[in-house]
Design a protein around this ligand. Structure first.
Ligand SMILES: Nc1ncnc2c1ncn2[C@@H]1O[C@H](COP(=O)(O)OP(=O)(O)O)[C@@H](O)[C@H]1O
Ligand SMILES: NC(=O)OP(=O)(O)O
Length: 309
């Protein structure tokens, strides 16, 4: 029986602009094709914050200047990022597989993820979106009613609420495709956040952390492994201090201890650990790998990467 994996792709897999994305997905496709060639069933999920910022700004600027166009809410823009990223990614993977003589359908499932309307995250926006702004642009964003924070040494960034994922609405479709041995891209950008209102799903003005949704996705498709591909080969404790230590294989207990001790960035590395620990605790015997794209092959052979099991 084939091993099932959920692969969460970080910013480096996609770049931030259209040309960057076109180039980046070609490299990403090589890593995904390697997994398929190794005999894995693959479900992919990905970041979307740079793309979402770009699309949201574009849609809302046009909404102001062209009377036939109306502004688009964050949830609609989130759906657009799934289409835009999925389109590039699925074609790059399809082509890389065909170049290796592998015929496999690759598709993107537009995925909604329910969130709790009372999630505390709605009161404290934390998810950084889009480009770095100067003070003037930041003031203009604030005037529109958007949240902006100053990032020391960078400039100003937009932030939105990032509630926890509750349920993946289209999970049956994702399961059906992966069980048919197809390559699936799903829950992009953590999923389009929606609020369940009886039979109606109402788009929420938020962005779900993609790593947390990746963990839930891995649990709900009963994956064997969660693979988080990011910009570092191994996760560190005591990052940037004299006693910095790179983590190889660790237990769930050790992972929880390091989380409690505050070794991981709250909005970058910590969610990767939270997702990994939750997945393994809910699916006994499973594991999570956190590494960089270029080290995936070596990591699968147990030679590098941070593994939690
Ligand atoms: N303890 C840690 N060990 C390694 N990297 C860390 C740690 N804490 C925070 N980071 C940061 O997390 C970043 C990766 O997270 P993030 O930028 O969210 O990536 P992605 O877009 O790939 O999900 C690394 O580039 C690093 O700067
Ligand atoms: N949705 C999400 O987590 O995107 P980023 O990884 O780009 O922040």
């Amino acid at each position: 029986m084939k091993k099932k994996v959920v692969v969460a792709l970080g910013h480096r897999a996609l770049g931030a602009t259209l040309p960057e994305q076109m180039t980046a997905v070609k490299k990403t496709a090589v890593s995904i094709a390697d997994l398929v060639e190794e005999g894995y069933q693959v479900v992919i999920t990905h970041s979307n914050a740079p793309q979402l910022g770009m699309i949201h700004t574009a849609m809302n600027e046009f909404g102001k200047t062209h009377e036939d166009y109306t502004p688009a809410p964050m949830s609609v823009c989130s759906a657009m990022t799934q289409g835009y990223i999925g389109y590039d990614l699925q074609n790059a993977i399809r082509e890389e597989l065909l170049n290796r003589g592998i015929f496999r359908t690759v598709s993107t499932v537009l995925t909604q993820v329910t969130v709790d309307p009372y999630d505390e995250a709605f009161y404290t926006p934390t998810k950084v979106l889009g480009r770095i702004m100067n003070a003037e642009d930041a003031a203009a964003e604030r005037k529109k009613g958007n949240y902006v924070v100053e990032v020391p040494g960078q400039g100003y960034r937009r932030v939105v609420a990032s509630p926890n994922p509750v349920d993946i609405v289209e999970i049956d479709a994702i399961r059906t495709l992966v069980n048919a041995d197809q390559v699936v891209i799903a829950c992009g950008g953590g999923g389009i956040p929606v609020l369940q209102q009886n039979n109606h799903l109402k788009g929420a003005s938020a962005v779900i952390e993609k790593d947390l949704t990746a963990g839930k996705l891995a649990e709900q498709i009963d994956a064997d492994e969660l693979i988080i591909l990011t910009s570092v080969e191994k996760v560190c404790i005591n990052l940037a201090a004299d006693n910095e230590e790179k983590l190889g294989q660790i237990s769930v207990e050790e992972a929880k201890k390091y989380m409690d001790e505050g070794h991981f960035g709250a909005y970058n590395m910590l969610p990767k650990f939270q997702a990994s620990v939750a997945f393994i605790e809910n699916r006994e015997g499973r594991s999570a790998l956190i590494t960089s794209f270029d080290k995936l092959k070596e990591s699968l052979k147990g030679r590098t990467g941070t593994v939690i099991k």
